[in-house]
Design a protein around this ligand. Structure first.
Ligand code: FAD
Length: 468
């Protein structure tokens, strides 16, 4: 064929989906090539997503807790921030993890090919390296894991360095005086949390009438209250009509809500969602269907319309989350290796690692109401949790949703510090078909925030007696 390299399984994209698929396929005995255009493996998640954001959020949390404790008799004074050192620490964590992936790929004989890959036929990908040189990789089966990129807005200038996306925000070049966060979803609010604690004055603007529109209102409310008290402004139901560069800053026009007509900011962070990379991989040359938004449709075995080509991760649809990509990657690799696997998760947890954290899994009340599902709920307010009060916090809440007839857990929403760690118990309950009694009779260690899950189950059963 004139191909430079042949692989039994070619994986296009080295993010959480791609490397998980490549490693699983290699473990199952396949000869694997992994094509990645960036210098390091790990994709968005490790390089410019989950991991660097969590490092900076940890720094933010330390500042926040120090400030909160000042009200309770323990003061450290204002933090002194060495941005270069903080940035170096974050980059070091990313480097350690991406370096680890390179070693894992090597151990498994996964051949990593650097360059941007484009399908040229149903069995070939052309890879163009940074220096412009091209090579061809032929394959028996392929797994598309090319991920997504930030959505840009036509009315926001792209070439002004004062306009940043999440990658720019994670670079931590400086701390702006006034930062407008355009988009009140998970990514925008996490970055707002970081920059607020590092000293920026934050305004958040969101088109919908609530922050994190995918989660139930009652679960998001404590976060909304918390940030409304601390940030300069939180504008809900508000549209940004234009962003204009001026010598004094970025002049932003708002429409609707309680925002002024215009205001000027030092930086604008655009965080209005991510768009799949489906149109950038020459899918048409392989006959792989891509929908009008750039997603690649797949079946429950992650197969595209072309039977020997699979797709996984952000490029196949919502939710765009790393843990979903990993599970889909395993399924695609196993099916490619001849196993009869399928993606049949009952639920996929979502977490905003904000302050407070917001986490939810399974059915939300919004969804249950829209679908006409008969459900009951149990709610435990953390104001009655000794452990929460010992953290200096009382705004949290744990809510469990149950099937009305069987009392099986069908959904859960948690808000409060560590909500992201706590949601896993509910995910396991949903996967295992646990009911309210299972959770209520499971002895949770005292005093922990995890008790709130058992308490919410007791509240549903009407047996709740003593708190604290
Ligand atoms: P990606 O991670 O996007 O990887 C795709 C890879 O393919 C990239 O390395 C890219 O360079 C490569 N590629 C693309 N096209 C080509 C091509 N033609 N040739 C060669 N290589 C190509 N998710 C969570 O679950 N938890 C979080 O806390 C979280 N935090 C986030 C924070 C931020 C700021 C952002 C932006 C995202 C966050 N996410 C989080 C989402 C998460 O990063 C993604 O869901 C995840 O990375 C998707 O994995 P993936 O493998 O599908 O694609």
């Amino acid at each position: 064929t004139g191909s430079d390299v042949h692989a039994e399984v070619l994986v296009l994209g080295g993010g959480p989906g791609g490397y998980s698929a490549a490693f699983r396929a290699a473990d199952l005995g396949k000869q694997v090539a992994l094509v990645e255009r960036w210098d390091t493996l790990g994709g968005v998640c490790l390089n410019v997503g989950c991991i660097p954001s969590k490092a900076l959020l940890h720094a933010a949390k330390v500042v926040a807790e120090t400030r909160e404790m000042a009200e309770h008799g323990l003061s450290f004074g204002d933090p002194s921030i060495d941005l270069a050192q903080l940035r170096g620490w974050k980059d070091g964590i990313v480097g350690r993890l991406t370096g680890g992936l390179a070693a894992l790929a090597k151990q498994r004989n996964v051949r990593v090919i650097r360059g941007a890959g484009t399908f040229t036929s149903q069995h070939q990908v052309e890879v163009t390296a940074d220096d412009g040189s091209a090579s061809t990789v032929s394959f028996d089966q392929a797994i598309i894991a090319a991920g997504s990129e930030p959505v840009t807005l036509p009315f926001v200038p792209e070439d002004d360095p004062r306009v940043i996306d999440s990658t720019g925000a994670l670079d931590l070049a400086d701390i702006p005086g006034r930062l407008l966060v355009l988009g009140g979803g998970i990514i925008g609010l996490e970055m707002a949390t970081v920059y607020h604690e590092l000293g920026a004055s934050i305004t958040v603007v969101e088109l919908m009438d609530q922050l994190i529109p995918g989660a139930d209102k009652d679960i998001v409310r404590p976060l909304t209250r918390w940030v409304t008290k601390r940030y300069e402004n939180v504008f809900l139901g508000t549209k940004v009509a234009s962003v204009e560069p001026t010598p004094d800053g970025l002049k932003v026009s708002f429409e609707g809500g309680k925002a002024p007509d215009t205001d000027t900011f030092d930086r604008v962070l655009v965080a209005v969602g991510r768009t799949p990379n489906g149109r950038l991989i020459g899918a048409q040359n392989a006959g792989v269907q891509v929908d009008e938004r750039g997603f690649v449709p797949v079946d429950h075995q992650q197969r595209t319309n072309v039977a020997h080509i699979f797709a996984i991760g952000d490029i196949v649809g919502q939710p765009m989350l790393a843990h979903k990509a990993v599970h889909e990657g395993h399924v695609a690799a196993e099916v490619a290796a001849g196993q009869n696997s399928a993606f049949d998760a009952r639920c996929i947890p979502s977490v905003a690692y904000t302050d407070p954290e917001v986490a939810w899994v399974g059915v939300t009340e919004q969804q249950a109401t829209a679908d006409g599902t008969a459900y009951g709920k149990g709610v435990f307010p953390w104001a009655a949790s000794g452990r929460s009060l010992s953290l200096g916090r009382d705004e949290g809440m744990t809510k469990l949703l149950f099937d009305q007839d069987t009392a099986r857990v069908i959904g859960c929403g948690i808000v409060g510090p560590n909500a992201g760690e706590l949601i896993t118990e509910a995910a396991l309950a949903i996967e295992m078909g646990a009911d309210a009694a299972d959770l209520a009779l499971t002895i949770h260690p005292h005093p922990t925030l995890s008790e709130s899950v058992g308490m919410a189950a007791e509240a549903f059963e009407g047996t709740i007696t003593d708190l604290y």
